[in-house]
Design a protein around this ligand. Structure first.
Ligand code: NAP
Length: 277
């Protein structure tokens, strides 16, 4: 008797209880009738290499990786995609049939797919993007914007040295703007992106007067709890198009699902509703 091969995938991090990925993948598994499972796994940094060596033997096709392992997995992977290498972190690992561990970073493509879906007229080449923040997420956003041929990136971060480091890494199209000087440069931007954790439930608000912002500038926030951040509320009140950060979370998950479970999943209103429950 043939035993059916149940595909497995999951997410590795520490802590992992807050992760929304199991709910997202479980929805898709059910929706497409895939007889697989997606499992959250709390893994210590010291155990990371061992766990990743064992999982394929237990039927795992791949895993997502979250804090604090996104950088460390690059030292363990056998094959690293160009974008993961450029960003310096991975969020999607695949156990290849040749036994090699493939590391990719889908945050940037998730970010772009979200804008394409929810602001169809948006064009990265139309003008400079102003990026707030220079943490892990900002690296993926800057890489994605450059890939989309944005003409210039104005980058502002509370800790200037981190913004300077991103400029040194990504090169001439990045101009570092002083954190205290952001509002005076708002008028230059055709896209404004918050990649800081400011505005998140339980964190400080992003205090940025939007007087100089053009009403045609697309404003998006990576923070998705709350879904409509104070930044998005203020931008919408000014008449700017806005896109929330939930779509990025959903779109960044799609390439992994497709690789591990063999279906191209849809990001639609039904999925958003499931995630907002
Ligand atoms: P991170 O590496 O810890 O970076 C945090 C960023 O926020 C840094 O730029 C930091 O500035 C800034 N920041 C924190 N507190 C601040 C404050 N009080 N004043 C000014 N700046 C402050 O985190 P991350 O991984 O980049 O994530 C950033 C946010 O994006 C989080 O809210 C995360 O949930 C969200 N995110 C969303 C998605 C999605 O799919 N929608 C994906 C990834 C991340 P300093 O350098 O000065 O500390």
């Amino acid at each position: 008797m043939n035993v059916p091969n149940i595909p497995l995938a999951g997410v590795i991090g520490r802590p992992i209880g807050h992760s929304k990925s199991p709910r997202l993948h479980s929805h898709w598994l059910q929706r497409y009738g895939v007889p697989g499972h997606y499992i959250p796994m709390d893994v210590a940094t010291n155990d990371l290499a061992h766990v990743l060596s064992v999982l394929p033997k237990a039927g795992f096709r791949g895993v997502n990786v979250t804090i604090p392992h996104k950088e460390a997995v690059l030292d363990i992977a056998d094959v690293i995609s160009d974008r993961a290498s450029l960003i310096g972190a991975a969020n999607t690992l695949t156990f290849q049939s040749d036994g090699k561990l493939h590391a990719d970073n889908t945050d940037g493509v998730g970010f772009i797919a979200n804008l394409r879906q929810n602001a169809p007229g948006w064009d990265a080449t139309a003008g400079p993007a102003l990026v707030l923040g220079a943490g892990g997420a900002a690296r993926a956003i800057v890489a994605a914007l450059l890939h989309e041929r944005v003409p210039q990136i104005l980058l502002a971060n509370r800790t200037r040295a981190r913004a300077d480091a991103l400029k040194a890494h990504f090169g001439g199209k990045v101009e570092v703007v002083d954190w205290n000087n952001v509002s005076s440069r708002l008028g230059d931007a055709t896209t404004l992106i918050n990649t800081t954790s400011l505005g998140m439930t339980g964190k400080e608000e992003l205090k940025l007067p939007l007087d100089n912002l053009r009403t045609s500038t697309l404003v998006t926030d990576l923070v998705y709890t709350p879904l409509t951040t104070p930044l998005l509320t203020a931008a919408a009140a000014k008449g700017c198009p806005t896109v929330d950060g939930l779509g990025m979370l959903l779109h960044q998950a799609a390439p992994g699902f497709e690789r591990w479970f063999g279906h191209t999943p849809e990001v639609d209103e039904a999925l958003r509703k499931v995630m907002l429950r």
